[in-house]
Design a protein around this ligand. Structure first.
Ligand code: NA7
Length: 536
């Protein structure tokens, strides 16, 4: 007897911000589909990353979905930079309002997906061995869905509690009276450390390389501000679409080199005292492209760290030496540097004393053993391609996506469909534009939905990219990456992860030609009938 496998027009992986919006749009289009989510509810990043201090560092009111105008008026962002619990509450409200959960299967971990070249159909296999089939496979994996633990011996030996920040428990973790250790000093740790320090008996921060960080200046939204935000949503949306990353901030047209030192200082002091990403992406136009301009900004930020840290030796350890200011995704902080002025916080410099291993009692460096009750791994993600690499995705003839992306750059069209992998559509795949994520997601999902509508209207069951168009897109991706100083710096954004074998080489993984240029090209492709794609 043949196996009775549920079969759909589309199977969707993930119900984060992308997957939720895909659910809404597929249903609207009348597609027979099912969403499969590893977690027990919707929310993606905001479902998984429940660590203390987790919050937006783009303005809340520029971040939420804009597709539901009614909801924009119904929902109050309580803070200008929303904390994770409020954001998740917002996403649950979206799910409730649109009854999204009825199309989603939760606790479903996709292990593999294989394309049947004759039937034009994907077979998706879950970790529990169950399977579904679908003509289209739509990946909504996000860019940070594959958390990585440090490659340190003895991790299983630790007798206390241990958590990765992206797999944080749903119950509160209490730090009172506890000796806590945090490994990592990226954006996540920079949010978590000041919060943990408030209640832990003692906090030890294990730092390999420091990162730049600037003050968030978060505040509660007043009733007057709520009213004003709601009245200005059209304007806020339009503003987002005027900027390179869809944030509200845009670079100052002047060069840092063309103004006097006094003018520079005054401008930087102003940006440093303002909320949000202004100091990073509202700065002089050349601080991220010109080495000399970047060196000036780096010198300013170095001074700010020294000003905020009481002990000059600790300040020196917290100043990044391996990259200039802003050349990695800038973390915004609320009292991060001041946390090191507390008597219950100790910074351990792993460049001086590397970790030898995790023991039953804590962390042992080459110098001493640090006894801990709770160990927090703020050690990041296998960025952009990691979520895909974790699934055994096989196209026609058994070709594995993982192998295609092993040493070579992904060859996609608009980051939406990969060469040689028919009927696999991606939202936030490699080589889509980056920045304020929901703004990009809405456009990319709409583009994907347009493709699906075109297939349905014409009775097509197969779509793939013309290989020469994927080559052209890759050439453009490389071209617009030229001149970006950040393109030469190792980080999750350039695909580097010290804990993942084979991921030590810098790659271009985003489209950095700007959101507007990306959107215009996508809209033109749709308007001209998708001639870059092959339909059958
Ligand atoms: P990041 O920014 O990739 O930071 C990871 C941190 O973990 C970083 O400080 C690493 O130090 C450290 N790390 C990783 N492995 C080790 C080992 N083995 N030993 C010691 N330290 C280690 O991830 P985040 O989660 O903070 O932020 C990711 C994004 O989430 C962020 O950009 C926002 O967009 C949201 P290293 O620099 O490698 O020396």
């Amino acid at each position: 007897m043949s196996e009775n496998i549920p079969t759909y027009e589309a199977a969707v992986i993930g119900s984060g911000i992308s997957g939720m919006y895909v659910t809404y749009r597929l249903r609207e289009l009348g597609v027979d589909f099912r969403v499969f989510e590893a977690g027990s509810d919707v929310g993606g990043t905001w479902y998984w990353c429940r660590y203390p201090g987790a919050r937006f560092d783009s303005e809340s009111w520029s971040y939420g979905y804009f597709f539901d105008k009614e909801l924009l008026q119904e929902w109050d962002w309580k803070e200008h930079f929303s904390p994770q619990p409020d954001t998740l509450e917002h996403l649950y409200l979206v799910a409730d309002k649109h009854d999204l959960r009825r199309d989603i299967t939760f606790n479903a971990n996709v292990a593999a997906a294989e394309f049947d070249d004759e039937a034009n159909q994907w077979t998706v296999t879950f970790e529990d061995g169950s399977r579904v089939r679908a003509t289209l496979l739509i990946s909504c994996l996000g860019v940070l869905s594959a958390p990585t633990l440090p490659d340190i011996p003895g991790r299983d030996d630790f007798q206390g509690q241990a958590f990765h920040t992206a797999r944080w428990p749903h119950e509160p973790v209490l730090f009172e009276g506890k000796r806590v250790g945090v490994i990592g000093t990226g954006a996540t740790a920079i949010q978590a450390i000041p919060e943990i320090a408030k209640t832990a008996e003692h906090l030890t921060v294990f730092q390999r390389h420091p990162n730049w960080a600037a003050p968030l200046h978060n505040s509660k939204t007043t009733p007057e501000e709520q009213k004003d935000i709601k009245a200005r949503y059209e304007e806020i949306y339009a503003r987002c679409w005027e900027t390179a990353g869809c944030f509200i901030h845009t670079p100052d047209p002047r060069s840092a080199l063309d103004v006097t030192p006094e003018e520079r200082e005054a401008f930087w002091e102003k940006l440093y005292s303002e909320p949000g990403f202004g100091i990073w992406i509202g700065n002089y136009r050349d601080i991220l492209t010109d080495e000399r301009a970047n060196a000036l900004a780096t010198e300013y930020m170095t001074r700010k760290i020294r000003e905020r840290i009481d002990d000059p030796e600790i300040a020196e350890k917290l100043i990044p030496k391996n990259h200039g200011f802003g050349l990695r995704r800038l973390p915004l902080e609320s009292g991060y540097f001041e946390a090191y002025n507390r008597s219950n916080v100790r910074l351990v410099d792993l460049l001086e004393a590397p970790i030898e291993g995790i023991t039953a009692k804590g962390v042992r460096t080459t110098v001493e053993e640090h006894e801990l009750d709770i160990l927090v791994y703020a050690t990041g993600f296998d960025g952009v391609t990691g979520g895909y690499d974790n699934i055994d995705i096989r196209g026609p003839g058994g070709r594995r996506l993982r192998d295609d992306w092993k040493d070579d750059l992904p060859k996609t069209f608009l980051g939406v469909i990969n060469d040689g992998f028919p009927n696999l559509l991606m939202v936030l795949g490699p080589h889509t534009s980056r920045g304020n994520i929901p703004r990009h997601i809405e456009k990319i999902v709409d583009f994907n939905i347009g493709i699906i509508r075109h297939m349905r209207e014409n009775g097509y069951s197969r779509i793939e990219v013309r290989p020469e168009e994927a080559e052209k897109w890759l050439a453009q991706v490389k071209d617009v990456n030229e001149g970006r100083l950040a393109g030469k710096i190792a980080s999750w954004q350039t695909g580097v992860n010290a804990n993942v074998p084979g991921r030590q080489t810098i790659r271009v993984l985003g489209y950095y030609g700007g959101a507007v240029r990306y959107r215009e090209q996508a809209e033109q492709v749709a308007a001209e009938g998708y001639k870059e794609l092959l339909f059958r």
